[in-house]
Design a binder for this molecule. Structure first.
Ligand code: PBG
Length: 344
């Protein structure tokens, strides 16, 4: 055959590494960790094999385990001792996450990111303050009444009254030593409110990584078990984005850029790689993607059945997220991948 073009020439063992376009390194990864005020021992998370909730007294050890793999950043999620309608344990000075952050920032070298949201802290499980209509609906549900007469079940959270609580949460985390805050509630104006509050409190140097395009995804299922944050009624379609909308995602990202976001996140990752790519091409900010609990759980489940090689698919997944344009990836595979990358 008289073939001029033989791409296979560049696929020998010797040259493949030289022409590789995308690489993975432990320093690209952020490992989520869960700290739980309701337990004094490690509790495995059933839907997320290998992950645990640890008590505050165990958080330093847990973070040290992450650091030993070569991953340098953690994202902290808290399970509070009690919940109320306005999520007050999310912004308490002695809240579970704040106590954990103090310990981790004092005793380890980890870069500490705080997830800023209310859903793990509210009794109703929504990411903000309920509207009067939603509160009425919730009360009727409690009484066992049929909620069918409610016309729009999606109008759950009051946007503007939620902003102040998110800002307080972010400031309380920065006060406790968070290096970066990551608001995930999809409240309109959240980045601007948090930026202003951080600046007022003297935290001008704490960056905001916005969950800028966060979709209303069924892939969050296992996380809601892990962090006990499922909504008690209704869903999140009033505030999280319709999975059908990519142009709207760009508008969400633009608004967060205008409000001062430092890092732009897309979430989930694998089903939304088109959005990751579009954000990469449009903005010069660092782009993050969140490889969520469902993306983790489904690979684990298939591997458990012997249908997939877990290390290989984990590596390929995170590589794909980077190839699409993410600079950093929040992933439950962080430790496993880092260990895999360091074994020749
Ligand atoms: C809090 C929050 C959630 C996740 C991260 N931050 C839950 C949700 O929005 O329902 C999901 C993470 C995952 O599924 O891995 N709002």
């Amino acid at each position: 055959m008289d073939l001029t073009h033989r791409p296979r020439r560049l696929r020998t063992d010797g040259i493949r590494p030289l022409v590789r376009e995308t690489t993975l390194s432990p320093s690209d990864l952020i490992a989520p960790v869960f700290v739980d005020a309701t337990t004094d021992e490690r509790v495995p998370i059933g839907s997320m094999p290998g992950h645990v909730r640890v008590p505050v007294s165990g958080i330093v050890d847990r973070v040290e385990e992450v650091l030993e793999t070569g991953v340098e950043a953690v994202m902290l999620f808290g399970i509070p001792e009690s919940k109320d309608e306005v999520g007050s344990r999310a912004y308490a000075e002695d809240g579970v996450v704040q106590r954990a952050m103090r310990a981790v920032s004092e005793e380890t070298d980890a870069y500490v990111v705080g997830d800023v949201c209310l859903c793990e802290y509210t009794s109703h499980g929504h990411c903000g303050v309920l509207t009067d209509e939603a509160r009425g609906r919730w009360e009727r549900l409690h009484r066992g009444d049929d909620p069918a007469h409610v016309t729009d079940s999606s109008l759950t959270v009051e946007n503007d009254r939620t902003l102040d609580l998110l800002a307080r949460t972010a400031v309380s985390q920065a006060d406790a030593g968070a290096d970066m805050v990551a608001p995930s509630s999809m409240t309109d104006g959240m980045v601007g409110a948090i930026r202003a509050a951080l600046d007022d409190a003297g935290h001008e140097d704490v960056p905001v990584m916005s969950y800028a395009a966060k979709f209303e995804s069924a892939f969050y299922g296992p996380f809601r078990d892990a962090a006990d944050g499922a909504p008690a009624f209704g869903d999140r379609s009033h505030y999280q984005m319709d999975p059908a909308n990519a142009r709207e995602a760009m508008r969400e990202v633009r608004l967060d850029v205008e409000q001062g976001a430092d890092v732009l996140m897309v979430k989930p990752a694998l089903p939304y790689l088109d959005v990751v790519r579009a954000v990469r091409e449009t903005y010069d900010h660092p782009v993050a993607a969140y490889n969520v609990s469902g993306e983790y759980a489904m690979l684990h489940a298939a591997a458990e059945k012997g249908w997939l090689d877990l290390d290989a698919v984990a590596r390929e997944s995170v590589l794909s997220i980077k190839r699409a344009g993410a600079d950093l990836v929040v992933t439950y595979f962080a430790e496993r991948l880092a260990e895999d990358l360091s074994t020749p």
